[in-house]
Each structure stands twice: as C-alpha cells, then as structure tokens.
Design a protein around this ligand. Structure first.
Ligand code: 13P
Length: 251
C-alpha cells in the first residue's frame, strides 16, 4: 500500500532563528500523530539543527538538493554522504527551480538519483511542464520525457526509495493550482508510465505527490483524488498552522 506524504519545501527561506521558531511552532501544534508521512526541507545550513530539533517527532528532514559526487573539487556543493552524516536520509531532486535557474539537466539529475539511491537515501523526484507546454498540449510528452530521462533507468528494487512529485511550473508560487481533475489526469498518466515500464505492483506502491500552490483550503479536494498521494508544499509550508492543516487534509 502506498503512503500519503506531505513534504514542506522551505526553499531559500528562514535563517537559523526563523527555522527554530517554525520548528517550535510545528512541535507545539502537532497535537496528534499525523496519518501522512511528513517531511520538511530546510536550507543546507539548517539541516543539522532541524534534524536535532525534530528528533522524536513524526516529522522527517529532507535536503533540497545534493551533488552526484561523493566528495572532491566541487566548490559550493554538498554530497549524499555529507547529508547522511547529519542525519538526512531524504533528498528532493529535480525541482523546477533547480532545472530552470541552475541549469540542471535530465542527465545530471539521473546521476544525482543514482548517487542518492546508492546511499539508500529516499528521493523525492520532481518534474512538471511549463505553461507553454500545457498551452500547446505537450504536457504529457514533457512529463514522460523528464521521467524517462531522469529516473526510469533505475532498478526495480530501488523504487521502494522513490517518491514522485508532479509540479506543473505554471502552478508554483503563482496561486494558480492545477484543478483536482487536472492533477488526477496527470497522476494517472504517470502511474500508467511506471506500470508499463516496471509493472503494476511498483506503480501501485509509488506515492505521487502534487505540488503547486497547495493551500489549507484546496488540499483536501486535491488529495481526495485517487492517484494523488499527497503534496509538496512551498509557500504554505512556512506557516506551521497552514502546513499542519494540509498534513491533516486526508479523508
Ligand atoms: P508553492 O506551494 O509555493 O506553489 O511551491 C510549490 C513548490 O515548488 C514545492 O516544491
């Protein structure tokens, strides 16, 4: 059975004090055991203190990126081995901001996926079309190619450590969400692709998250769709009450 998952991507927000404040609020307001698996992804510099502060709670910590190499002359980069050494077992890869602003290609991403999986880390693999793709009705093709070139090379056994996150770029930070029907249509398509290549069992087990302007007031109807197994949350994850409302939006 696949899990419901909600992950908060804090992006480049929150310094040390703000991070501690948000974690404090999350701990105070996390009154009941969530029915979903919950992650937060702070910036690299705040990973260790976040991990320490959330120990013993139901909230897990993810990184927003990592390099594919183990170590070496890659100024400014962080490896999977380093992440694990500070307690981080999960990494977001392929976010559209990394693809668009930092020129991450499918080829680089496939190497990062390999490195993370080699370390037995969990990967939250992001992909999604731009507005122009949707307008030209090329969105299914774009998503298919991002999956085929970024992650469909992995072994069947590695899928237990993969979470997929469909994030249409036009819905990120814009206040415009995909409708629940648009999300479901794409998620069903994605699960079909996984099934065609890796078989129905793996396809049924993989959690597929939706990301893009998920808020407390729209999460429930999006998560209610059969192939939507939760969300990757940006803006609304920066406020504890909003994030936890979203975490508790499964029927
Ligand atoms: P918003 O929820 O702010 O639209 O961001 C979504 C996102 O990019 C999560 O990774």
């Amino acid at each position: 059975m696949r899990k419901n998952i909600v992950a908060g991507n804090w992006k480049m927000n929150n310094d040390l004090a703000e991070t501690q404040e948000l974690i404090g609020d999350l701990k105070l307001q996390l009154v009941k055991e969530p029915t979903a698996e919950v992650y937060v992804a702070p910036s690299f510099v705040n990973l260790y203190n976040t991990f320490q502060s959330l120990k013993g709670t139901a909230i897990k910590v993810a990184a927003q990126n990592m390099h594919f190499a183990e170590n070496g002359a890659y100024t400014g980069e962080v490896s999977g081995k380093m992440l694990q050494s500070v307690g981080v077992q999960t990494v977001i890869l392929g976010h559209s901001e990394r693809r668009a602003l930092f020129n991450e290609t499918d080829e680089m991403l496939s190497k990062k996926v390999n490195a993370a999986l080699m370390h037995e880390m969990k990967v939250i693999f992001c992909f999604g079309e731009e507005l122009k793709d949707r307008k030209s009705e090329g969105h299914f093709e774009v998503v298919k190619s991002q999956l085929e070139n970024g992650i469909f090379h992995i072994d069947r056994a590695a899928w237990k450590n993969v979470i997929l996150a469909y994030e249409p770029v036009w819905a990120i930070g814009t206040g415009e969400t995909a409708s629940p029907e648009q999300a479901q249509e794409m998620h069903e398509f994605i699960r079909g692709l996984v099934s065609d290549k890796f078989g129905e069992e793996i396809a049924e087990d993989v959690s597929i998250l939706y990301g893009g302007s998920v808020k407390p007031d729209n999460a429930r109807e999006i998560f209610a769709k059969a192939d939507v197994d939760g969300g990757l949350i940006g803006g609304a994850s920066l406020k504890a009450i909003d994030f936890l409302t979203i975490v508790n939006s499964f029927d």
